[in-house]
Design a protein around this ligand. Structure first.
Ligand SMILES: [Zn+2]
Length: 380
């Protein structure tokens, strides 16, 4: 999950008023002026804006970037499915097509078979994810717009498109979900379109299955499921985009759901299986884990962003989620309800985060930590 937006809007924020009339803003963006039409989601006291466009992208506009702001009487509306599809094609390079499924628009310049494979994987995840939370008493809502995935056939076109958002990481991250554009962008790692072209026809389902049956496909499928889980969670009411949802929590859920099952020809079918990669990493990390690790995990997201500590932070987020889902699932859902209500761009301090965690799981953090570690060391 990526958030490239510079979140430096003033900390004193007020929610935008009711009505959601259409507004037009002109603002300086890099070295040129840009015009957007949409609605103000949050307005800072200093005039900074969080602005939503009809494709459900979010823009943070600083007061010194803003050139002009005008208001219309027309109500703000998100695009229809057809309009969104047209806009996406107009924005993408030549050679893209759109595949529509029940909840997704998949834009692709790779083989149609690969786009169809992605579509069926996403839909199965969507159904499994909503059922999973529904059974635990938390009912998710339908996304306001179809969920958008953009699938690139090759590294060159993927890097060109993603470099403004990812920078140099465009060459090393094969797929991501962006909190600001609300889209998933990914590379077709099976290379079905290249292989198809070499044979003079499109790559087929048999070839996708063959590639996904390789052991190294496990991490590829996990990455796709991980990012797709973030997108569903942020669009169906589990989290709010750009709110203070602790990273251990949002990443923990994506890690919990990502575990692929390559015994299934479709690559994924199960929820909450033990993730061997993260378990091995966590058991190794236990040797250097500090006594206050749990409190740090809950209150501070820094370790997730630092390349030196991110592997440990991610495996710990998976482990804590796995433990709480296995042993404390009722309390977990209570805690989740509180986080789901958080508003965009309102940042909690460490004391608030800790207090909310203790309110859900009990005051004795040391005892919970010892139960947690004991439970995780018994897993094989
Ligand atoms: Zn993630």
């Amino acid at each position: 999950m990526r958030c490239s937006m510079a979140l430096i809007l003033s900390s004193c924020l007020v929610a935008a008023g009711p009505g959601f009339a259409v507004e037009r803003v002109v603002f300086r963006h890099h070295d040129h002026q840009r015009q957007l039409q949409g609605r103000v989601v949050v307005e800072a006291q200093d005039g900074g804006l969080l602005f939503q466009t009809p494709d459900d992208a979010l823009w943070a506009i600083e007061p010194d970037q803003l050139v002009r702001r005008t208001r219309d009487d027309a109500p703000f509306r998100l695009y229809s499915r057809d309009k969104l599809s047209q806009k996406l094609l107009a924005e993408l390079p030549d050679g893209f097509d759109v595949l529509a499924t029940a909840h997704y628009l998949i834009c692709y310049n790779t083989s149609r078979e690969y786009a169809q494979w992605c579509g069926s994987l996403f839909e199965r995840l969507y159904l499994a994810f909503t059922n999973y939370w529904g059974r635990r008493g938390f009912h998710l809502s339908e996304p306001a717009l179809p969920l958008v995935a953009i699938v690139f056939a090759d590294q060159a076109s993927y890097s060109r498109h993603t470099r403004p958002e990812l920078g140099e990481l465009a060459n090393s991250i094969p797929g991501y979900y962006s909190l600001t554009t609300n889209r998933m962008t990914m590379l077709d790692l099976t290379g079905t379109s290249r292989a198809g072209r070499a044979r003079g026809r499109s790559g087929g389902q048999a070839q996708i299955n063959r590639i996904l049956a390789q052991p190294e496909a496990e991490r590829t499928v996990a990455t796709i499921i991980h990012e797709a889980t973030h997108q569903i969670a942020f669009n169906c009411g589990l989290h709010t985009r750009l709110s203070d949802c602790p990273m251990w929590f949002s990443e923990g859920i994506a890690l919990y759901f990502e575990t692929p099952d390559l015994t299934s020809a479709k690559g994924w079918k199960s929820i909450g299986a033990i993730n061997r990669v993260h378990l091995a990493q966590f058991q190794d990390y236990l040797h250097r884990r500090s006594p206050d690790a749990l409190a740090v995990l809950i209150t501070d997201d820094k370790r997730f962003r630092d390349p030196n500590t991110s592997r440990d932070a991610y495996c710990e987020a998976w482990a804590l989620t796995y433990y709480l889902m296995s042993r404390r699932s009722k309390e977990y859902v209570t805690y989740l309800r509180g986080l789901a209500r958080k508003k965009p761009l309102v940042w909690d301090d460490a004391a608030t985060r800790l207090a909310e965690f203790k309110q859900a799981f009990g005051e004795d953090l040391a005892r919970l930590d010892s139960d947690f570690v004991k439970f995780m060391t018994t897993l094989r």
